[in-house]
Design a protein around this ligand. Structure first.
Ligand SMILES: Cc1cc2nc3c(=O)[nH]c(=O)nc-3n(C[C@H](O)[C@H](O)[C@H](O)COP(=O)(O)OP(=O)(O)OC[C@H]3O[C@@H](n4cnc5c(N)ncnc54)[C@H](O)[C@@H]3O)c2cc1C
Length: 481
């Protein structure tokens, strides 16, 4: 029981938002804009200079067909990616609410453009903030700082405080000086997934989860606190807990997204020097997550993307290379194999077999699934873009599986209220962003930032309307509710 006597509070707010990424900033700013008299506080674990959570480090691609309109098939695509398990009502609400939320985002000074992405082939249109997610969070911070809202850095929410009816009435926080109890008319949890918590990763994802680092520094701060706090007050869950959004990355690089998304034009090998999957079954945006997951299953959970010089003439090649560390390079495959540390003769054998099986029946066309396949004996098929690796120097990037965010989280309704397993809202508690569960099976690409902003906005508006009823009726409630 978290019951706390009113006089045990150290400070009082109308709305307390936990976490200052896309979801939390959208919630806080919306709350204060909905009622400028609202006393809004944002709690953020990180230091100010790296504020903005996972969002700050994100490319923040958005599955939009223009700056305010989701792509037309978003609901079917996203539910299909989950093999039918994802909450269709949630995606339908997302599609309904995105235009208003993104109009607002635009007014808050966030500039979105349809620029080249890291995906040289892709299945859908994507917009992005110029310069990435940092240019979502910094404009929103600037607007929030111009209000009377309180932003507390290096302060972590620890426990939700409830009254005798089970309603959330505050939050206990911890910083370097110890703990404090903040009273809140409503609390919005927007504090990310559990990718930064190795124990929870092992509990839910299982063996070898420790080998999957958060892809960015921001993710390391997302330690499942929101999930833990919400479960303690009776929240239900949603999303696939044993999965996370996986991305292959160069483990030698510390940059935000150290990817090598050119792999469909080369081959992927494991520490035995053997190919282990079709590198090019679909457009790269639909392949990379499976690549990362398959690398995780290899010996030592590492793979190598191997290329010859032909790949460097693919137009826009540079957009696909996020890592800032040079590849391992050699004049011959045998030398490359030795430099990587693969068993003698292994890579040479793989490349010889692969090269001999590359088709010549159709022309190479980097820009579409060209059907230029290789069917080497004893190796996986490569379905597209299969050209023999012949033009040295040859080069390779190591690749591991990184965690962009976790799939499982707290369950919310369409008004962003955290709900119990019986479907009852927990009074005073809202949730948004990656800490709310949504995805199953495969990530519906370029929807995480979009949903964080959109449901963050709904959460902020409804939280302030609960705390200060004069601010208006709730929004986003299910029809008939
Ligand atoms: C490299 C990279 C690339 C990505 N690319 C894309 C993309 O192209 N498109 C897309 O849609 N998504 C992408 N994502 C994912 C997406 O950016 C995130 O899932 C989304 O931005 C999450 O927003 P959020 O507000 O829920 O969480 P965050 O932005 O992570 O914010 C959560 C905040 O809560 C804070 N916090 C955690 N615990 C506590 C606590 N107890 N108390 C106080 N504060 C706490 C954290 O420090 C953090 O600042 C990418 C992510 C990364 C890292």
């Amino acid at each position: 029981m978290n019951e706390t006597a009113t006089d045990a509070f150290d400070a009082e707010f109308d709305v307390v938002v936990v976490g200052a990424g896309a979801a939390g900033l959208s919630a806080a700013l919306t709350a204060v804009e909905t009622d400028p008299d609202a006393r809004v506080a944002v709690l953020e674990r990180s230091a100010r200079d790296i504020r903005g959570g996972n969002t700050r480090w994100s490319g923040a691609y958005l599955r939009l067909q223009d700056i305010t309109t989701p792509v037309s098939n978003l609901v079917d695509y996203a539910v299909g990616a989950s093999k039918g398990y994802a909450n269709r009502d949630y995606y339908e609400a997302l599609v309904r609410e995105v235009p208003e939320a993104f109009d607002w985002l635009h007014e808050e000074g966030v500039v979105l453009k349809n620029l080249p992405t890291i995906f040289l082939t892709q299945s859908a249109s994507r917009y992005q903030p110029v310069g990435g997610g940092v240019n979502i969070v910094e404009p929103l911070f600037a607007r929030l700082e111009a209000t009377d809202a309180t932003i507390l850095y290096e302060v972590a929410a620890e426990t939700l405080l409830t009254d005798a009816s089970g309603a959330v009435v505050g939050v206990r926080v911890r910083d370097a000086d110890g703990t404090r109890n903040l009273r809140a008319g409503a609390v919005v949890l927007a504090c990310g997934g559990f990718q930064g918590n190795s124990e929870l990763m092992t509990k839910y994802v299982g063996r070898n989860a420790y080998r999957v680092p958060p892809i960015s520094r921001g993710g390391a701060n997302n330690r499942g606190d929101g999930l833990r706090m919400a479960l303690a007050v009776g929240a239900a869950t949603e999303g696939q807990f044993d999965l996370f959004h996986a991305e292959p990355k160069d483990p030698r690089s510390e940059v935000a997204e150290a990817v090598v998304m050119s792999f469909p034009y080369g081959i992927l090998v494991n520490t035995a020097g053997e190919r282990f999957m079709d590198e090019a079954g679909k457009t790269v945006d639909l392949t990379y997550e499976l690549v990362a997951r398959t690398i995780l299953q290899q010996e030592d959970s590492i793979g190598y993307a191997v290329f010859d010089q032909q790949v460097t003439s693919v137009p826009g090649y540079e957009h696909a290379i996020g890592t800032d560390v040079d590849p391992i390079q050699a004049d011959s495959i045998e030398e490359l194999e030795a430099l990587i540390g693969l068993p003698a003769g292994s890579l040479a054998r793989t490349v010889t077999g692969f090269n001999a099986a590359c088709g010549t029946d159709v022309p190479f066309d980097w820009s579409r699934l060209d059907g230029l396949a290789a069917r080497p004996a004893g190796q996986p098929v490569k379905s597209n873009w299969a050209r023999p690796l012949t033009d040295g120097p040859f080069f390779a990037y190591p690749q591991i599986c990184a965690n962009v965010f976790t799939f499982g989280g707290v369950k919310t309704d369409l008004a962003a209220q955290v709900i119990t397993s019986d479907g009852h809202p927990i009074t005073g508690l809202y949730g948004a962003g990656e800490m709310t569960g949504l995805y199953y099976e495969a990530y519906a690409g370029s929807t995480s930032v979009m949903r964080s902003i959109t449901f963050g906005r709904i959460a902020g508006r409804n939280a302030v309307r609960l705390a200060l009823p004069a601010a208006g009726a709730p929004v986003g409630a299910p029809v008939g509710a």
